[in-house]
Design a protein around this ligand. Sequence first.
Ligand code: NAD
Length: 304
Amino acid sequence: MSLQKIEKVAVIGTGTLGTQIALQAAFYGTRVTAYDPDHTQFERMLKMIRFRIQNSGKKATPAFEDIPGTAKKIILCSSLEEALRDVDLVIEAVPEDIPIKREVFGKLDAIAPKKAILATNSSSIPISKIESATGRPEKCMNIHFYALEIKQGMADVMGGTRTSDDTFDQGREWVRSIGCIPLAVNKESLGFCFNRVWRAVKRETLHMWADGISDFQDIDRGWMVFTGMAQGPFGMMDNIGLDVVYGIEMVYYEESRDLKDYPPEKLKAMIDRKEMGVKTGKGFYTYPNPAYKDPSFLKKGTCR
Ligand code: NAD
């Protein structure tokens, strides 16, 4: 039997990621409705996305080349009832908090048509912690998008304890249909697919630095030469915010209780000194002109 196609999607929460997902989906021809209790968010986020693209100095991905034109295709709704009318899929992108997500999923389940798949865009919460707030666990899943505006879009796709194969496949095919690469996660996993890879890089490099094995700039140099990227893991962590990185590492530690997963005290000390990266002007590097942007950075090295 062929899979039922996802044609109409509701995005719930039009913050940083919800707005990007709505634009990406609308550009590729999905009919999109969106709802956020804060009606000013959508316009604010459109401006922020344009700023982020300009500031990156990179070319926008196709869905973000004409943001006002694409935004016109999205129907902004003033109630959940209106947003959920006749949808095939709901993408929830509300704050990263289990009680909030469970409350929202309970409402989605009560209002959305029975055929609708309910997906969370959460960065860390597996759907198994949310699905029981609904009466349709077989239609619940994680679809976790990575920032879409300047990089090829991709999304982790993961089921919960009772997600049906059809639900998983429909979610995965929809991700593909909107120009993104689906990364299938076949067993529940904290960090999904690629977040887990990135997390391994963070854990390893942070401990190498904290244990005095290599200078963080040499680790970044190695990464930049090896991958051809314009910055290394420490530059990237400065972008994210070292407090956010620390918080995420603690989530992994709480899960494993393995001391190898505990983030280094030296990282905590930086946060206590308000050295949190780009947002405070200092992290591993100093901003707005971090050393890795210097054309001679790769050649310098820290060897004695
Ligand atoms: P955000 O704070 O930018 O946006 C959250 C939005 O949800 C806000 O506009 C808020 O008004 C709205 N909201 C709050 N309560 C609501 C409710 N009850 N119903 C509907 N809307 C509600 O957050 P974000 O960064 O977009 O994150 C949203 C989700 O996406 C989180 O689960 C996060 O983990 C995930 N995510 C974020 C990123 C990122 O880079 N920011 C990346 C991947 C995944």
